[in-house]
Design a protein around this ligand. Sequence first.
Ligand code: BES
Ligand code: MN
Ligand code: ZN
Length: 483
Amino acid sequence: MPQIKYSYISKKKNSRNKVFFVDEKFNISTLKKHILKSEYLFIQDLLKSRDTKKNILSFDYSSKSKIILVSLKKDINNTEVENLGAKFFELFKSFSENEYILNSDSISIKLKSLIGHFLHGLKLKSYEFDKYKTKKNKKYISVFVIGKNIPSPQDQKKFKAIEDGTFYTRDLVSEPGNVLHPDEYAKRLNALSKDGLKINTYDEKKLKKLGMNTLLGVGQGSIRGSYLVTMEWNGLNDKSKPLAFVGKGVCFDTGGISLKPAKFMEDMTYDMAGSAVVVGLMKTLALRKAKINAVGVVGLVENMPGGNAQRPGDIVKSYSGKTVEILNTDAEGRLVLADALTYTEQKFKPKFIVDLATLTGAIIVSLGSEYSGLFSNDDKLSKQIIHAGENVEEKVWRMPLNKNFDKLIDSKNADMQNINYVGGAGSTTAAQFLQRFILQKTPWAHLDIAGMAFSKYGGALNSGGATGYGVRLLNKLIEDNYE
Ligand code: BES
Ligand code: MN
Ligand code: ZN
């Protein structure tokens, strides 16, 4: 797949391939001052027999020169412009040209940063993970934007920061389990201090001292270490309460002694996606120098069967002091998050906590790959998240929490058990479990992204594989409500 580079330039640059925006009727009279008369007459003639269903048309003026028209309807919104950019990428794939001039002066629609959204969609769609292909079939396409109708320098920086953060998340999620194990992951996170994040790494020794035994229990069957890593962004340069984001980072989930079946077990290399979203978000915030304080907390473990692995029936004491009977070692995400949540609440006293996790297969049964499941103790935070999701087309559906579900996870032998043996409401009982580790009524929301983190077929703004779902959603939540 081609790789896209776009840049805003002020100098006139000549390229044989030109891109223009026109209205929904493909009225080209506004282009007269930008193209040659002969070119104008050429496309005017061809437009008469155009396919009226298409909103991007490409004309081969000569064997080496194209004129491309992108039609915009009057009431077009951000998402539609981004999707159009992504569609444009599909077209690029079939062209052999590799340099284009995009003229922003032909835009007549007043939508803030329209070109920015268009290029954002184009760029996001162009991502490909080909690190392990020895034959790279890579072509670079440069898009030079000219004219005055361009995003402010601040917006340009914001789009770039979101792209970099999202691509970082996708890179992490795409890495196989043999490469991105917890030791390697912790090492990579340490390097993020170069972006201005303050990184703290807690290794097994420190975690043991703190009493994070539900997290440690999950990783004890692995030859790799287990870690909790915190990433702080202090954009306000003060001590005001941060926003907290917590992520499940199970680098590979075999199920442990409650081993998963072989078929599709390979998918469990993306069981660290929740943590990767937190990391990508923190990177985005740092790159765009967001005016907020935020902290990202990730629990990094590998869930393996092994001589020292946790057994079904084991009872462990969490950081909160509450005890958990492990009835199924494959319900491990909630054990990692339990300690991470309590620790985050206690250490950072945040305004709110949002956690992300590929937590249950049951959420895929409920919502497929269209919505993530939202569970929350706070209506205001829920509304903000749902609204942000609608805005960036990373949709969220609220699911219930209710004390009546509690009996399903109460245990005979400990304070609670890690699965519901009666069956039913698999995603809610998992969320209900997590809620028990929020001790001080901090506004909290849990996003079950099991159906969203990875896409076999590709979506509007990704071409298949790791989606990066969540980075744009949470960035928007922050931008609209907390900055
Ligand atoms: N990581 C899985 C959930 C998952 C499944 C994510 C499919 C992405 C795709 C999680 O750790 C898990 O194994 N959950 C179990 C819970 C059960 C043992 C109560 C599940 O969903 O089956
Ligand atoms: Mn599991
Ligand atoms: Zn898992």
